[in-house]
Write a protein that binds this ligand. Structure first.
Ligand code: ATP
Ligand code: MG
Length: 506
């Protein structure tokens, strides 16, 4: 039993007194009694009761219903009507004031108590509900994430201000519309319309996340990258009553990511540039030291320098000059390729003839070291390619095959022309030392040398040049290798690279 404070509005003095005494008996505090509507309003404002017992029939200008509605306009207080009879019309009117109960006269103390307690409880529950709703509304209105809610048919029932700002739709115009009209999403890259997450949630009955690279098309046709999720609204575990979509604008995040990537790329380029310069100067220093030492030795032994010794020193100088020349040529080639100034001159040539001539030239220099066996598996080997670049390409690949094979090793150089795919396929296969698996992916990086070739001379630029030449032809190069067994480089080039270039540029 509570200590609730109650205002009694009753124009029959005796009835008013009886009710007052019943209320006191029940432990309630009567804040006052009023016999007319006017007085009741004044007393309600003055005494701030927690509940009003209101007789429906009051003498004077205002009856109980009108009085109750005035009080409820100004105070959040529950009103229970006292009525001698319940005619339909009066009850209908009373409904407008949202009554918290009716007590039909004559009533017992018990009836009074039950009506008051239910009225107070109902009022408390309503207040809690209102507070929760207000809190939720404040939360939704102030959150920076956009929220759209729909009913179980996918029609919009709510949008918060962030959703209005992002979609360009006002809630009042969006209410009742198909959600796909307001929340139209596309693939950021292909711009294909994506399935609406609301439809998916209604079908799959579970939370759905927007996939990466989703963009929202706003009311005025702008494309905004967005992210997040859609969740089912369930009153019961097995019944979906609607869907809530929560999303946010990712433009800024996307922009930052792009900037970060550009910065990283720039830093990497700077790092590579410094590495390139330091490695090149280091590579030049080696032969320079050889030359300097040989010259010093010649000077020191000037008087008694034998012809044999002079020959040795001069040979050393010659070797050093040659390796500097080679290095310079490679660096210049790379520079041209990097600056996209690689001269690419495709012209008709016969590949079989080209390969045979190349091997002949090559074998004159290296014949003592390895045997190169050329096989051509096609009758028609006409092509349009850049002969100069082809020369670079295969000279480097054959040099490697020879350099990384034991003396007297056997090297296979095969050519196949596929007239259907319109490509030429070259295989250069050796039975040399092979390339350790972890190194294989990095062979085409400048100055990269595998871990098993430290004792063999080289700068690690040959394959970079090969790759540039292959790229200029819009071809492909790949490697398979096993340590101790051998290595095969496969080069695939379009038979008419000029044609494939024009097609690629279309
Ligand atoms: P250079 O610039 O003088 O050619 P290099 O031969 O070391 O020096 P690349 O031709 O670019 O440089 O080759 C890179 C690395 O790939 C080599 O250092 C070697 O480790 C590995 N490699 C290339 N071809 C072969 C091969 N046929 N067998 C084994 N290892 C190879
Ligand atoms: Mg090489």
């Amino acid at each position: 039993m509570g200590q609730a404070r109650i205002l009694v509005v009753e124009d029959e003095v005796i009835v008013a007194r009886t009710i007052t005494s019943q209320l006191s008996q029940l432990g309630y505090i009567v804040t006052g009694t009023a016999s007319s509507g006017k007085v009741a309003i004044a007393k309600a404002l003055e005494t701030q009761p927690e509940l009003v017992l209101m007789d429906i029939i009051l003498k004077g200008e205002m009856d109980g219903i009108t009085t109750a509605s005035h009080i409820r306009e100004q105070l959040d207080v529950p009103v229970i009507f006292l009525t001698a009879y319940g005619d339909e019309h009066t009850l209908e009117r009373a409904k407008i004031t949202q009554p918290f109960g009716y007590i039909v006269k004559p009533f017992t103390t018990k009836d009074l108590r039950i009506a008051i307690e239910i009225g107070l409880l109902k009022h408390q529950l309503e207040r809690d509900l209102r507070e929760n709703r207000d809190q939720l509304a404040t939360l939704l209105n102030s959150m920076s994430d956009a929220v759209i809610a729909t009913n179980e048919h996918g029609r919009v029932t709510f949008m918060n201000p962030a959703a209005e700002a992002l979609t360009g739709w006002q809630q009042k115009d969006a209410l009742g519309n198909e959600v796909a009209e307001i929340f139209h999403i596309v693939d950021e890259i292909t711009e294909d319309t994506l399935e609406n997450p609301v439809t998916k949630v209604l079908r799959e009955q579970q939370v759905v996340y927007l996939r990466e690279f989703t963009s929202l098309i706003t009311k005025d046709g702008k494309k905004v990258p967005i992210g997040d999720s859609a969740s089912p609204l369930k009153l019961r575990p097995d019944q979906i009553n609607g869907v809530v979509v929560v999303f946010q604008d990712l433009s800024e995040r996307r922009q930052t990511k792009l900037l970060e990537q550009a910065l990283e790329k720039e830093q990497e380029l700077n790092r590579l540039k410094s590495l390139f310069i330091s490695t090149v100067s280091h590579e030049f220093r080696n032969p320079l030291t050889v030359i300097q030492t040989a010259v010093e030795l010649i000077e020191m032994q000037a008087a008694n320098l034998t012809d044999a010794k002079r020959g040795i020193y001069l040979k050393r100088i010659q070797g050093a000059v040659q390796s500097m020349e080679k290095l310079m040529e490679e660096v210049l080639f790379m520079g041209r390729a990097e600056a996209k100034k690689l001269v690419y001159n495709p012209a008709p040539l016969n590949l079989e003839q080209f390969c045979r001539e190349l091997i002949e030239d090559f074998s004159i220099v290296k014949s003592s070291v390895c045997e190169i066996v050329f096989s051509c598996y096609s009758d028609r080997t006409d092509a349009v390619m850049d002969e100069g670049l082809l020369h670079y390409m295969f000279k480097n690949l054959l040099s490697n095959a020879v350099k990384y094979s034991p003396r007297g090793g056997n090297i296979q150089f095969n050519l196949v022309c596929d007239s259907i795919e319109k490509v030429a396929i070259f295989y250069i296969q050796d039975q040399g030392m092979g390339i350790p698996e972890p190194d294989q992916a990095r062979l085409f990086e400048s100055f990269y040398r595998a871990s098993n070739v430290q004792s063999i001379q080289g700068t690690g630029l040959g394959l970079v040049i090969v790759k540039r030449c292959v790229d200029a032809h819009r071809g492909k190069i790949s490697v398979t290798s096993k340590v101790g067994v051998g290595t095969t480089f496969t080069v695939i080039l379009p038979l008419n690279s000029e044609l494939s270039l024009t097609e690629a540029n279309k």
